[in-house]
Design a protein around this ligand. Structure first.
Ligand SMILES: [Zn+2]
Length: 320
């Protein structure tokens, strides 16, 4: 797995905002990837009117698309390039190091710092080719945009581990999809103060289901804001968990790609990103921390939620 990066991702100017240009400072000087025009892929997921709205808001000087999603004049082109990079990642088993992130973007609505849903678009392109795709979203927020886009699909398995309650206040255990898509959405809601132990309990369930779904490709919404030092959430993952996760996924999924979502502690983002990529590639762990345990209240609450989740899913998957 190699990075797919271009300096254009630094031209989405959000000013003094948690999702800012400095998040990608650690990539300065790495080789830049050539990107095709991503605009031809947008309508695989997004409504034409919405695409035109985003383009117009950017071209006329920028501003807020919603309460916390800002755009600058170049943001439309940057967001289209982020789509192109993610599609490229899906064809090369790469890791698209992009801004803006994508997993909160809906078919016709920007949200949570996201304009276009990079991972959903790359996934839809694979499904158009007849492939079945699993999405693993380990960003500390629920990828509500992605979840909504595929909520009725049985060709895409969407699995998310995220803090609940927290923005966007969806992603509860009982949300498992609708119609043909019932059973193909798996939300693992982690209580605040959850650490490595509970994250891995959730992953154990997800891997059991993944084995039965047997996707042609794994798409990873790779956000790193579940790390203990992240300023936006109250989860407590160690940097080592990102390495171990990369290792496990790399061994289990020969076809796998990733795109950057959140991660707002710029001192740790680089280490978490590199740990994940090194894990996937089977390279040595370079940044090790103490493992974390969850607070006792989180453990009790999580066990209750996991029981509910397994109960909802047992009609669709074998769960041991
Ligand atoms: Zn996030």
């Amino acid at each position: 797995m190699e990075f797919i990066y271009n300096d254009i991702f630094r031209r989405h100017d959000t000013g003094a905002h948690p999702e800012n240009v400095a998040r990608l400072d650690f990539l300065k000087g790495i080789p830049q990837s050539e990107l095709e025009d991503g605009s031809e892929y947008l309508e695989l997921v997004h409504a034409g009117d919405y695409i035109a709205d985003v383009r117009r808001t950017c071209r006329t000087g920028g501003g807020p698309l919603d309460g916390d999603t800002l755009v600058s004049p170049r943001s439309f082109d940057v967001a289209v390039a982020a789509v192109a990079a993610t599609v490229k990642a899906s064809r090369t088993n790469g890791f698209a190091m992009v801004r803006p992130p994508g997993h909160h973007a809906f078919i016709a609505r920007a949200s949570g710092f996201c304009l276009f849903n990079n991972v959903a678009i790359a996934t839809a392109a694979l499904v158009r080719e007849g492939k079945r795709v699993m999405i693993l979203d380990f960003d500390g927020h629920c990828g509500d945009g992605t979840e909504d886009i595929f909520y009725r699909w049985d060709t895409v398995l969407y699995c998310s581990l995220h803090q609940f309650p927290a923005f966007p206040f969806t992603g509860t255990a009982d949300q498992i999809g609708e119609g043909r898509g019932r059973g193909f959405t798996v939300n693992v809601p982690l209580p605040p103060q959850s650490g490595d132990d509970l994250f891995w309990k959730g992953m154990e369930l997800i891997m059991q289901i993944a084995e039965q779904f047997a996707p042609d490709s794994l798409a990873v919404s790779a956000g790193f804001d579940a790390h203990h030092a992240d300023p936006l959430l109250n989860l407590r993952l160690s940097a080592d968990t990102y390495y171990d996760l990369g290792r496990e996924l790399g061994l289990a999924f020969p076809q796998m790609f990733a795109a950057l979502e959140g991660g707002y502690n710029t001192a740790y983002l680089s280490q978490c990103v590199h740990n994940f990529k090194d894990g996937v590639n089977g390279d040595p762990l370079k940044f090790s921390e103490h493992r974390t345990d969850s607070m006792i209240q989180a453990v009790d609450e999580f066990d209750h939620r996991l029981f509910e989740l397994e109960d909802k899913l047992k009609d669709f998957w074998k769960i041991s």
